[in-house]
Design a binder for this molecule. Structure first.
Ligand code: CDP
Length: 223
């Protein structure tokens, strides 16, 4: 698969920020696959589908339409894209703490993953894209010519997430965010299907104490 860059890593490692910058610099499309698992989770919460009911959540994931498009003129509120669930704007709703609390459970279901992976591969088939997630280099695009695994210490990742959430108007404490990040990483890395791990041929980049711009230059120099 040509002209695709696979980026994986734990929660709030900076992969989305760096991936977006990289796509912009190269003129590539960008897909943050985490938003898709968040959208399925939100759909379950909104419709009263119990997130521990694997059959029901899996069925739900095949019946909803998840999409993303550039923000419209009246939507310029700091978002990078507008996330859609059956044509409803869910951009900020998918960042709520209830979604953080349930998304790793939903993402552990193989049927949900199969449906998301199918959609992700369709997106990548056009080429020229940066795709970010947990299993992009290992499962979704195993033939990607460049695979990056972006990580940072849990404390630094929680600090960054605390900053994002406060800007978005959520008053979660640093301790609660650190606990969520550590808990999700544990579920994501230990799940049976498509666990979070670097692909054997991934380049590992630790972003602790480093600026995104610096990392971007390092990646551009690898190509
Ligand atoms: O932004 P953050 O790093 O907190 O998470 P995200 O990328 O929005 O992903 C949210 C959750 O979706 C993760 O904790 C995983 O459980 C799941 N996910 C996944 O399983 N596979 C992916 N390719 C992307 C996300």
């Amino acid at each position: 698969m040509k002209n695709v860059i696979a980026m994986d890593g734990p929660a709030a490692s900076g992969k989305t920020t760096i991936g977006r910058m990289l796509a912009e610099r190269l003129g590539y499309l960008f897909l943050d696959t985490g938003f898709m698992y968040r959208a399925v989770t939100l759909a379950a919460l909104q419709r009263g589908v119990d997130v521990v009911d694997e059959t029901a959540v899996t069925h739900l994931s095949t019946t909803i339409e998840i999409g993303a498009r550039p923000p419209a003129a009246e939507e310029q509120d700091g978002r990078f894209y507008t996330a859609l669930l059956d044509n409803q704007d869910i951009t900020w709703a998918i960042r709520a703490p209830e979604v953080d609390a349930n998304v790793s459970q939903v993402a552990s279901y193989p049927g949900v993953r199969a449906e998301m992976v199918r959609q992700q591969r369709t997106f990548a088939a056009k080429g020229h894209c940066v795709m970010v997630g947990r299993d992009i280099g290992t499962v979704v695009l195993p033939n990607a010519p460049l695979k990056l695994y972006i990580t940072a210490s849990a404390e630094e990742r929680a600090r960054r997430r605390w900053h994002d959430r406060h800007q978005q108007g959520h008053a979660a404490s640093y301790e609660a965010i650190l606990a969520d990040v550590v808990r999700r990483d544990k579920i994501d890395s230990s799940r049976e299907h498509s666990p979070l791990r670097p692909a054997d041929d991934a380049i590992i980049i630790d972003t602790t104490g480093r600026l995104p711009q610096e990392i971007l230059e390092e990646i551009l120099n690898m190509r």
